[in-house]
Write a protein that binds this ligand. Structure first.
Ligand code: KE4
Length: 428
């Protein structure tokens, strides 16, 4: 693979954009080398500026569940753009996508749209604090809820990739209200609640973690969080920015039949345009301005273009309900193939997979939390990443990320990927 043009473009980008990227994880810092500049994408494939075709297992970090440049989304955006791109005034479209989302997701009566997953999670925490009149929150080491100050405490994703899980700029005053717990460890959560009686507004959790690789909840973990929250007047916030409309039509609440108090969305809900959202029962959502005292706002929130893309995406997922099973089958097929070839090549690894999320960890032990995820052999991961890239397969440029399977992937693509992994892992 030649990356001459990407290298030239990266050198230009670095002159005017910090690190040459608008989001750190794209910079390849964890794996080394030069970020790939994309020219276009269609279905399961990326086409980079050097003319290489790459099978995409990131899909813009989740949104492209139906493949890149999905026709109904593209058509909806083009049609909407001709009628004006933003008004800062209510449109019928917002009601249509809100009503559809509410019909698809359990336990929510109302939804507020914002412009990113960060905004959704940040607003959800403010709402929980306003509703409960308490200050503290519990988050889990290795979970990532965006870059709002309260969350950059032992955060996952890019924050841990860069070894800055506690970012400078986050004040001690803010950090003191964020309590850190161990993912999949209910006892640890119960101890924190005991030590901060009646002070905790919310527990925010990735109900299936995707920012330390893919880490499903162990049996009873989510149920235990629900019980602890109910018993202590704490709101349970499911950060479903990654899992929403991906792991099931109704997300993880549907998959595991667990009721969260507030649910955050991003990625898929916007169909590739900047959309986040948070939702809850009316009793909680009515606390939001202009109805209630908790302030939250946004110039481009509910933007017609973004809403058009999101509505087309949700309509497709609502209509074709077999998609979630298809995605699960394709991901399980990929996982089985990866397991077969890595075992045959005597590689030490663990695979975590649930629905259309999967990650490969180069460590023999089960990966169930941040600590165990951090034990992965990053040197092997770097060889894995660059070896696959050279074969035309693009996975996340960090071991602390999950792969996102798209329905545009064919079984030929999956077999090609498995063969590439076989070839690359022989060089480990
Ligand atoms: P955004 O603000 O990036 O739209 O969403 C933040 C967020 C919130 N919650 C979860 C569970 C998330 O995974 C994310 C963002 N995910 C990362 C990928 N691990 C975005 C990629 C990036 O930072 O460029």
């Amino acid at each position: 693979m030649i990356y001459k043009r990407s290298s030239e473009l990266f050198a230009e980008a670095e002159k005017v954009i910090p690190g040459g990227v608008n989001s750190p994880v794209r910079a390849f810092k964890a794996v080394g080398g030069t970020p790939i500049f994309v020219k276009s994408a269609k279905g399961a494939y990326l086409y980079d500026e050097d003319g290489n075709r790459l099978i995409d297992y990131i899909n813009s970090w989740g949104p492209m569940i139906l493949g890149h440049a999905y026709e109904p989304v593209v058509e909806a955006v083009i049609a909407k753009a001709k009628l004006g791109t933003s008004f800062g005034m209510p449109t019928e479209l917002e009601t249509q996508i809100a009503a559809l989302a509410v019909s698809m997701v359990p336990n929510i009566d109302k939804i507020r749209f914002v412009n990113s997953g960060t905004e959704a999670c940040m607003s959800a925490v403010r709402l929980a604090r306003g509703f409960t009149k308490r200050d503290k929150i519990i988050k889990f080491a290795g979970c990532y809820h965006g870059h709002s100050d309260s969350f950059l405490i032992q955060a996952g994703s890019g924050a841990v990739t860069f070894g800055t899980p506690n970012s400078p700029g986050v004040t001690a005053g803010t950090a003191k209200d964020t309590l850190l717990a161990k993912y999949n460890d209910l006892e640890n959560v119960a101890t924190l609640i005991e030590a901060n009686k009646n002070e905790i507004a919310a527990i925010i959790v990735e109900p299936v973690a995707g920012n330390m690789g893919c880490i499903p909840p162990v049996k009873g973990f989510l149920e235990g969080l629900r019980e602890l929250c109910t018993a202590n007047g704490i709101l349970l916030i499911f950060d479903e920015v990654m899992t929403g409309f991906r792991l099931a039509r109704g997300g993880v609440q549907e998959l595991f039949n667990i009721n969260a108090d507030i649910v955050c969305f991003g990625k898929v809900i916007g169909g590739g345009l900047p959309v986040g959202a948070f939702a809850a029962r009316a009793e909680i959502m009515n606390y939001l301005a202009p109805l209630g005292p908790v302030y939250q706002a946004g110039t481009l929130s509910g933007n017609p273009l973004a809403m058009a893309a999101g509505l087309a995406m949700l309509q497709a997922l609502d209509t074709d309900r077999a998609i979630f099973k298809r995605l699960e089958e394709k991901t399980a097929y990929l996982g089985a193939g990866i397991e077969r070839v890595l075992k045959a090549n005597n590689v030490v690894f663990t695979i975590n997979q649930i629905g259309s999320m999967i990650s490969v960890h180069f460590d023999a032990n089960p990966v169930t939390d941040f600590q165990s995820a951090a034990k992965g052999d990053n040197e092997t991961f770097k060889k894995f990443f660059h070896g696959l890239l050279a074969e035309g397969v693009y996975i996340a440029p960090s071991a602390y990320e999950t792969w996102f399977i798209t329905d545009a992937l064919t079984y030929e693509d999956l077999d090609f990927t498995i063969q590439a992994i076989d070839k690359v892992s022989k060089t480990f």
